[in-house]
Write a new protein. Structure first.
Lengths: 131, 121
């Protein structure tokens, strides 16, 4: 139970930092419904890249670290990135009749996010082979 | 926006992340991890609630704390994409794309339904 509580505390701490970082991005780069939402996009892509990096590294290369994954992965990357804000942004684009922008934003987020995860995962695995 | 809002976003962001971990685990214990149902449930639930907050027309600071902090941290893009990528690595690329498509269609629908509900409150 103590281990569980420590794991939850690590997730909380990571979540605190991730949420504050995304708020800072949202304040720095505000966007209207007719514009590409750069703050959400940057947070989501950077967070997906970092999560893939941490997950691959901690699961496949450093299996002994107990609290890094909840702190950095579940907590920080999970909270820095957001699905719900993206859905509300898509809804507002559709409200405003910005259909091509909505389709581009959805496809761009998923496509670039997937690419970021691939790159982070494969760079680390290649490193392991040559190490 | 003042320092109190910033601390509020952090505190509720931490709670949102913990809630995501607990809900994801509870869903996975019931239906297994063959498909990332836990993240799907978290993301759709969060989209309804964020829609509700938008519909309820909160003040800017209340939206920062409850929307960006709590629900922004509760829902996740990174895990969603990572899980779809891992499905692809396991030879289930179609299921990974299905996860993208179904989440987006249901996510926008959930936000829309939440916003209608919030506006009628």
């Amino acid at each position: 139970m103590l281990g569980d509580r420590r794991e939850l505390a690590a997730i909380f701490a990571g979540g605190f930092a991730g949420a504050v970082a995304r708020l800072a991005l949202a304040e720095l780069l505000p966007a209207d419904a007719g514009q590409w939402p750069w703050s959400t996009f940057v947070a989501n892509i950077a967070g997906a890249f970092a999560l893939a990096y941490f997950t691959t590294r901690l699961q496949e290369r450093l299996p002994l670290s107990t609290y890094r994954r909840p702190l950095l992965g579940t907590g920080f990357c999970g909270a820095l990135t957001t699905f719900s804000t993206m859905q509300v942004e898509l809804l507002r684009m559709l409200d405003g009749g910005h259909v091509p922008l909505a389709l581009g934003y959805a496809a761009g987020s998923v496509g670039v996010g997937f690419l970021a995860v691939s790159v982070a995962t494969n760079v680390l695995r290649r490193g392991r082979v040559t190490a | 926006m003042n320092a109190l809002v910033l601390v509020g976003v952090g505190l509720l962001g931490g709670l949102g992340a913990v809630a995501r971990f607990l809900v994801d685990g509870a869903v996975a214990r019931r239906v297994g991890r063959d498909f990332p149902y836990g993240t799907l449930v978290v993301n759709l639930l969060g989209s309804v609630i964020l829609g509700l907050l938008v519909g309820a027309a909160l003040s800017e600071d209340a939206y920062r704390v409850a929307g960006t902090g709590l629900i922004g941290a509760f829902t996740t893009f990174s895990t969603w994409v990572l899980e779809s990528h891992r499905l692809g690595e396991d030879g289930q690329l179609r299921l990974g794309f299905f996860n993208f498509a179904v989440s987006l269609v249901l996510g926008v629908t959930a936000a829309w339904a939440g916003r209608r509900l919030g506006a009628s409150l």
